[in-house]
Design a protein around this ligand. Structure first.
Ligand code: DDQ
Ligand code: CA
Length: 273
């Protein structure tokens, strides 16, 4: 009669435990890397508005009451401005000194916070009259994007790092490397906090990365080449890249524009089949 030796029995048991463990660990890591990881989205433009075609848009946000704040770049043309959504009219403007190149902009309470390109400098303005209240040292390597969840600031500097900055001390409190399926995503530019996620324009692409602010994992991609392509096809040959996302949490509207774009769009985001 065949009888298994105690040694064989324990060896078989040991192997089964190993197999079960590795299967469950694999499942865990598959889930841990996020179920939405391959989400690809397209957009429909549902509204369009005029936008100053000389604005080299580097920061955009929605402040309620059909009003946007915008930061523009290029030395000698940099500004912070309040813009009426419906008409694109610049209602108030603070022109920056030509030694600064305006970049990311966010609104924290009554204050607008802006970073500049290549100068390690940031500025704080009164949202009501755009007067410069304070100048600070940008704690990131460079100044590209800025947004907020109204607790912390999120910042980008053109690398793959997503910074968390304390809005009061203006020091970095946390940072994450932004990755899509384990690969670093570089050139993170204009940012927007949208419904629990951090969205980032990726410089020189027609893509917006939807990032988890907690760990830097890219949850999905929004691919929207058609807005820029349509502008080019209708004769606006000088338009630069898509740059500028703003979110209206009350009406859940998302606005996008680009550098030197004559239009600003409200978009709806759809999962691509
Ligand atoms: N950044 O937005 C990616 C941070 C910077 C864009 C810089 C574009 C430079 C244009 C320079 C034109 C000089 C006439
Ligand atoms: Ca923004």
């Amino acid at each position: 009669k065949f009888r298994m030796s105690p040694f064989l029995i324990s060896a078989v048991l040991f192997m089964s435990v190993l197999i079960l463990l590795s299967v469950s660990l694999n499942m865990r890591s598959a889930l841990g890397s996020n179920p939405n990881v391959s989400g690809i989205y397209s957009v429909d433009a549902v509204n369009q508005y005029p936008h100053d075609p000389s604005a080299f848009t580097q920061g955009l946000l929605y402040a309620g009451n059909d009003t946007l704040f915008e930061s523009t770049g290029l030395n000698g043309h940099s500004s912070v401005r309040r813009v009426a959504l419906a008409t694109g009219k610049v209602e108030a403007i603070h022109s920056m000194h030509r030694s600064y190149f305006g970049e990311g902009l966010t609104l924290f309470g009554e204050r607008l916070i802006q970073v500049a390109w290549l100068t390690k400098t940031g500025f704080i303005y009164d949202r009501n009259n755009l007067s410069n209240i304070k100048t600070f040292t940008n704690p990131m390597q460079d100044g590209w994007g800025l947004t907020t969840d109204e607790k912390i600031l999120f910042g980008s500097d053109g690398t793959s790092t997503l910074y968390q900055i304390d809005p009061h001390t203006l020091k970095v409190v946390e940072k994450h490397t932004v990755k899509y399926k384990g690969n670093e995503v570089h050139n993170l530019n204009e940012l927007e906090y949208v419904n629990g996620e951090v969205w980032a324009n990726v410089w020189q692409t027609d893509c917006i990365a939807r990032i988890s602010g907690k760990d830097g994992v890219v949850l999905g991609w929004i691919y929207l080449p058609q807005l820029r392509e349509r502008l080019v096809a209708t004769g606006h040959e000088n338009v630069d890249v898509l740059n500028g996302i703003a979110w209206d949490p009350k009406q859940n509207r998302i606005f996008v524009t680009g550098k030197l774009w004559p239009k600003l769009y409200e978009i709806k985001v759809n999962a691509m089949k």
